[in-house]
Design a protein around this ligand. Structure first.
Ligand code: GDG
Length: 467
């Protein structure tokens, strides 16, 4: 078997003592097993192309190949086409899409630059796995450079409905690029359906089966591969004692209080204002919980150079202030809002000490926080997950309280149900959820994907795979 080559917008730091989290877990695991190369942007921005040096670092059997973006690429490829066009559109926010021709041109040119850099490091038997919406043209660019390797793509964010995707300027070109991959992996069955429907309505691709599409002389495999987490690692981290969190937990116990927790990147797709309004509604309809319910919202800063992100930040600050102003007492404030990145080793025990995980994005490819919240629970006294039906995770996590995040009253009602839920019911739901995320963890995800990519045409049906 050849090496695995992963290409993603950012790479993780593989140096010693770094805590790897989120989607990097599965990727690192696959790279270490198979040995290989991880290529992407090093996170730095330089004034001009001459200053963008390539860095090659080796950690055991994994090499990272990274380079800088120029300020123009950062502005147009990264903030522009990736995060002002594709991100909002794929999250159903055409109103926030800000298309400019130079964004698309830079997106294409930057993919070309990465392909050119990576091509020189490829071997004939490498298997290439490209990640996410920043790099849709990567296979097309590599094919232009005579690369005949198996190339797979995995989309971490939702694939929107056909109408929405067809509203993205240059969607025909994006479709052409997607169809240069050998395997296109999505998070959910719903994403696969959306992609099929788009192909049926907007292309002459022949849909041979739910998993196989043919265009001209190319056969492309399609599948859904719900991403998972490292359940054991997260559970272990959650059980570690953290003095300040433990003290807070005991204080709440004495005062008969409980905590509701949310942790997200501060992104408009995560539905944070709707969530705060739902918590406010909960305090209105259940006045008996005033003085007893603590809502902790951790919102780590994200893409602050994009206007839509600074707008949502201001909206949240205003909302948290208004709710606290209305309900707080001298010894209690309902909302604790943290707009900072919290160390990973604190997140897990915070999840464990919270009675409710309130995860209600307006749209999300998967949502790893929902799975992390489950992994962190104490099975003797587990908390309850309230989950948006528009998170990809809702397809798997049906024992959560599934809600429509746009319906503030429904979410407030789910909070009421959650906090009053008997222990036996919480345990029953938790057992089922924990089993599901353990069966479908990060390793399972990368194995399923890579097996499908390596097998080519004959990969099993989605139902067989998930069974
Ligand atoms: C994209 C897709 C898909 C959050 N706050 C802090 C922190 N986090 C960590 C969480 C989790 C990760 O960041 C967020 O992952 P999500 O999946 O929830 O969301 P996105 O960042 O939008 O990820 C998403 C994912 O890709 C994977 O395919 O599920 O749908 O949008 O791991 O714990 N980590 C630390 N401090 C924080 O304050 N350390």
């Amino acid at each position: 078997m050849g090496r695995l080559v992963v290409i993603s917008n950012r790479t993780a730091n593989l140096g010693k003592n770094t805590q790897i989290g989120g989607l990097a877990v599965g990727i690192v695991d696959a790279l270490r097993k198979q040995g290989g190369l991880w290529a992407g942007w090093d996170g730095s921005v330089v004034d001009d192309a001459a200053a963008a040096t390539t860095k090659i670092q080796t950690h055991g059997n994994v090499t990272t190949l990274t380079t800088a973006l120029t300020s123009e690429e950062h502005e147009k490829y990264y903030l522009g086409f990736s995060n002002r066009v594709l991100w909002p559109a794929f999250h159903y926010r055409l109103d926030l899409m800000d298309y400019r021709m130079e964004f698309a041109d830079s997106y294409s040119a930057t993919n070309e630059k990465f392909a050119e850099l990576i091509r020189g490091h490829l071997r004939d038997d490498d298997v290439i796995w490209v990640h996410d919406y920043h790099l849709i043209p990567m296979a097309a660019e590599l094919r232009k450079r005579n690369c005949k390797n198996k190339i797979g793509f995995f989309l971490h964010i939702p694939f929107p409905s056909a109408d929405i995707f067809s509203a993205v300027p240059r969607h025909e070109w994006l479709r052409y690029c997607l169809l240069q991959f050998d395997l296109i992996g999505f998070q959910t069955v719903n994403d696969v359906h959306n992609f099929h429907r788009y192909l049926k309505e907007h292309s002459d691709a022949a849909i041979i089966s739910p998993e196989v599409v043919r265009v001209n002389d190319r056969t492309i495999n399609i599948g859904h591969f719900p991403i998972g987490i490292d359940v054991q690692q997260f559970a272990k981290a959650s059980a570690r004692t953290d003095d300040t969190i433990e003290l807070e937990r005991m204080r709440r116990k004495v005062l008969q209080r409980f905590q509701v927790i949310s942790a997200d990147r501060l992104d408009y797709s995560k539905g944070l204002p709707h969530r705060m309004k739902a918590f406010r509604k909960f305090l209105e309809i259940c006045p008996e919980y005033q003085g007893h319910a603590d809502y902790l919202q951790i919102a780590s800063p994200s893409r602050e150079d994009v206007t839509a992100y600074s707008d949502i930040k201001a909206e949240l600050e205003q909302l948290a202030g208004a709710v606290n102003g209305r309900f707080a007492d001298f010894n209690w404030a309902p909302i604790q809002y943290i707009n900072r990145n919290i160390p990973r080793e604190k997140l897990a025990p915070l999840f464990r000490s919270s009675l409710v995980g309130l995860i209600t994005p307006l749209r999300d490819g998967m949502n790893l926080v929902a799975k992390e919240y489950i992994a962190a629970q104490d099975d003797k006294d587990p908390g309850i997950l309230i989950l948006s039906k528009f998170a990809g995770a809702a397809e798997e996590l049906s024992e959560a309280l599934i809600v429509n995040p746009y319906d503030i009253s429904e979410v407030a009602g789910a909070l009421k149900t959650a906090v009053a839920m008997p222990l036996e019911e919480r345990q029953l739901r938790h057992r089922k959820l924990l089993k599901r995320i353990t069966d479908h963890d990060a390793q399972w995800w990368q194995r399923q994907y890579l097996q499908a990519l390596q097998r080519g045409d004959q990969h099993p049906t989605a139902n067989e795979r998930v069974a």
